[in-house]
Design a protein around this ligand. Sequence first.
Ligand SMILES: Nc1ncnc2c1ncn2[C@@H]1O[C@H](COP(=O)(O)OP(=O)(O)OP(=O)(O)O)[C@@H](O)[C@H]1O
Length: 259
Amino acid sequence: MILLSVNHLSKTFGGLKAVSDVNMELKIGELVGLIGPNGAGKTTLFNLLTGVYKPTEGDIALRRETIVGLKPFQINQKGIARTFQNIRLFSNLSVLDNVKIAYHQHRSYNMLSAVLRLPSYFQGEAEMDKKAEDLLEIFKLGHKKHELAKNLPYGEQRRLEIARALAAQPQLLLLDEPAAGMNPQETAELMEMIRWVREAFDLTILLIEHDMSLVMGICERIYVLDYGQIIAEGTPEQIKSNPKVIEAYLGEDVSHAHG
Ligand SMILES: Nc1ncnc2c1ncn2[C@@H]1O[C@H](COP(=O)(O)OP(=O)(O)OP(=O)(O)O)[C@@H](O)[C@H]1O
């Protein structure tokens, strides 16, 4: 079953085709990597998938329904959540509140019960507290729930961003360089968490990552972008030995990245 299909998608900035005639399909439950040299168009593609940018041409369909033209919050409600290359947390809120806010944004409110403070309101709040705390436990942040987000070390902020994205209860999770700035130990732990949450939350995941050992280690399939175009698609083994990929990464060691 196809969850997401991207058809002939392009985005032009002035004279620059940042994303050029991209076709992509994600099946339900897949864990797919999106790689490519700096400036290849990876983040632009994420921005198109999440409604930050409107495509110049082409279509994006989630469960066969187009999402082009929807606002980012509408796309989030339809089931696509993301993290950002530059962490975007509410830095002056607690770790717990960062996740709770995401639940609130997603929840359909019964305003009357909120205003009148009916028992159902408190029950809903308590459920949300519990869900948020459970998510923090999964990401090994439970003991830090009362700390301000800005005081967490970098690796933990990245994990908190993923926890927050999951609070929107997405079907498709887009991770933009989740291991950036992490040491090898943190990266290895993160890989485990990504694998685990995919199973536990029935997720489909598309991740951008420069850390080849992470990409090759956990992705079942990989798309390679170069100058806005998909130049290769396949399993990690196929990608490692693809001459076009090796050429695009000239000087970087794709072929020896251990998987
Ligand atoms: N808002 C914008 N206006 C103009 N040009 C842009 C804009 N956003 C991206 N670009 C250009 O589009 C191209 C693709 O950029 P993008 O950030 O998508 O690449 P990337 O693959 O994510 O790179 P990196 O790995 O360095 O993050 C680059 O040449 C970039 O300068």
